[in-house]
Design a protein around this ligand. Structure first.
Ligand SMILES: Cc1cc2nc3c(=O)[nH]c(=O)nc-3n(C[C@H](O)[C@H](O)[C@H](O)COP(=O)(O)OP(=O)(O)OC[C@H]3O[C@@H](n4cnc5c(N)ncnc54)[C@H](O)[C@@H]3O)c2cc1C
Length: 426
């Protein structure tokens, strides 16, 4: 038996053991029409949209809201328009962009949304040629992206290095404060009646003969007619509690920041280097598991993204690796900082103030999993939106709520159909 299969077996047994040993008669019982597991952006958006349809929703979060990826990500968005024929990525990103605008400008929440535009720097001739080809393809599909000379880029982002060969410019690029944005969705959901219970870790699940679920936390048992898994990088252990193998792999992403400085950066910033590497060798991108910047300990490419926050910190991120702990790897941070200095030379003057890491929920295919899980009744999932999960989950939550409410799956979600990826655990 493979190590993987053994692990699945042990975790399924553990759920059964917990069910046997829980002191059920001492526990509080609560009924919920819909129960959502996970208080990140995916869970709170789904809760908000289901409540807007009139469902009575309870959301359980193990720690605090936004305590994982949704609270500590870079908050960058790289929209390039709907395109002539909107596909799933453009629908998720553009739909989410509109929702962020609605929440901030129409409903009055402040999570520092700013449509600043975004720039991806070009550092080599090969990257430049790649961008020219890419631009042609994107323009044909109706996307809003430009190729700027270094001078043009510097005129809107003066701190960019003169050594660059140019920039891909995304005029629709934007950013938010991720924790504040997650709390804004949660607060809007609560105003529509959603019950949010933090410090409620789901420790066991039971699928009952009447196609409903019992959901166990240490002190309370919930009974629900509909269960939504929105547990980010922890979807796999949740699935195993129901005998399902949900292929979500936690990939560590790490970031660092400078101290607060007066505003010197106006756009969301990135670099083309990694995009070119992944384009050249799609096996790096679609391989299993998705180690994007490294294969084992060997570096494949340098990845770079970042921005200056409303408070003045410059936050930069890069490496994406499989790892045992969400502790930043210092040498990777140094590589990332040196890359950032190549792009923005003034960063050399600014020491690293803090570093952090968290888990991104990847699937081996890089396809998200959004919709009804076919192996059980009344079971839904929203997961696996990997490195773009913040810019895409608000709309993913709306589409999932539409799916639950209308029963029929929105056509655009076909490629995210859980039937393509979720299997029975064996
Ligand atoms: C460093 C970093 C930078 C990133 N930068 C960007 C970016 O710039 N732009 C972008 O679009 N995306 C970015 N991402 C990706 C994005 O943050 C994620 O894809 C997104 O936040 C995932 O949201 P989620 O709600 O699915 O998962 P999470 O935010 O991880 O939320 C899942 C929640 O489920 C809870 N949970 C798990 N198990 C249980 C249980 N048993 N019981 C109860 N609750 C449970 C967890 O505690 C957690 O709060 C970044 C990620 C990282 C880590």
């Amino acid at each position: 038996m493979s190590k993987h299969k053994q692990t699945l077996g042990i975790e399924v047994e553990e759920n059964a053991h917990r069910l046997e040993t829980l002191q059920i008669h001492n526990m509080t019982h609560i009924d919920a029409e819909v129960l959502i597991i996970g208080g990140g952006i995916a869970g709170v958006s789904t809760a908000y949209h289901l409540a807007s349809y009139g469902y009575e929703v309870t959301l359980l979060e193990r720690g605090n809201l936004a305590s994982q990826a949704s609270g500590v990500n870079a908050g960058t968005m790289w929209p390039s328009g709907w395109g002539i024929v909107p596909d799933l990525p453009s629908t998720l990103t553009m739909g989410s962009l509109e929702m962020f605008k609605t929440l901030q400008f129409d409903l009055g929440y402040n999570f520092e949304f700013r449509q600043s535009g975004a720039l991806k720097v070009i550092q080599t001739e090969e990257e430049y040629e790649f961008c020219r080809t890419l631009l042609l393809e994107l323009k044909t599909k109706g996307y809003c992206v430009e190729l700027l000379t270094t001078r043009e880029a510097q005129s809107i982002e003066p701190e960019l290095s003169s050594e660059l060969l140019g920039c891909m410019y995304y005029p629709l690029g934007a950013s938010v404060h991720p924790a504040k944005a997650t709390y804004a969705f949660a607060s809007a959901a609560q105003q529509r009646g959603v019950r949010i219970l933090t410090n409620h870790e789901v420790i066991a699940l039971e699928y009952l003969s009447d196609k409903t679920y019992r959901v166990y936390t240490p002190l309370t048992i919930f009974h629900t007619g509909m269960l939504v898994i929105a547990a980010g990088s922890w979807c796999r252990p949740i699935g195993l509690m129901l005998g399902l193998d949900i292929p979500v792999i936690p990939v560590r992403a790490q970031m660092w920041s400078t101290e607060r400085v007066p505003i010197r950066l106006f756009h969301v910033i990135g670099a083309v280097e990694s995009a070119l590497e992944w384009y050249k060798d799609p096996s790096n991108r679609y391989g299993t598991p998705p180690e994007l910047t490294h294969k084992g300990k060997v570096r494949l490419t340098r990845h770079l993204y970042g921005r200056q926050t409303h408070d003045g910190e410059i936050i930069i991120g890069g490496d994406r690796q499989l790892a045992d702990a969400n502790i930043p790897d210092r040498s990777g941070i140094e590589v990332n900082r040196n890359h950032a200095i190549e792009v923005l030379p003034f960063l050399e003057e600014l020491p690293i103030k803090r570093t952090w890491a968290a888990w991104m929920p990847f699937t081996p295919s890089l396809e998200p999993i959004i919709g009804k899980i076919p192996q059980r009744d009344n079971l839904y999932i929203i997961a696996g939106i990997y490195t773009v999960g913040f810019e895409r989950s608000p709309m993913a939550g709306k589409l999932l709520a539409d799916h639950i409410h209308n029963i029929e799956r929105p056509h655009i979600l076909s490629e995210a159909d859980p039937a393509r990826q979720v299997r029975a655990a064996s």
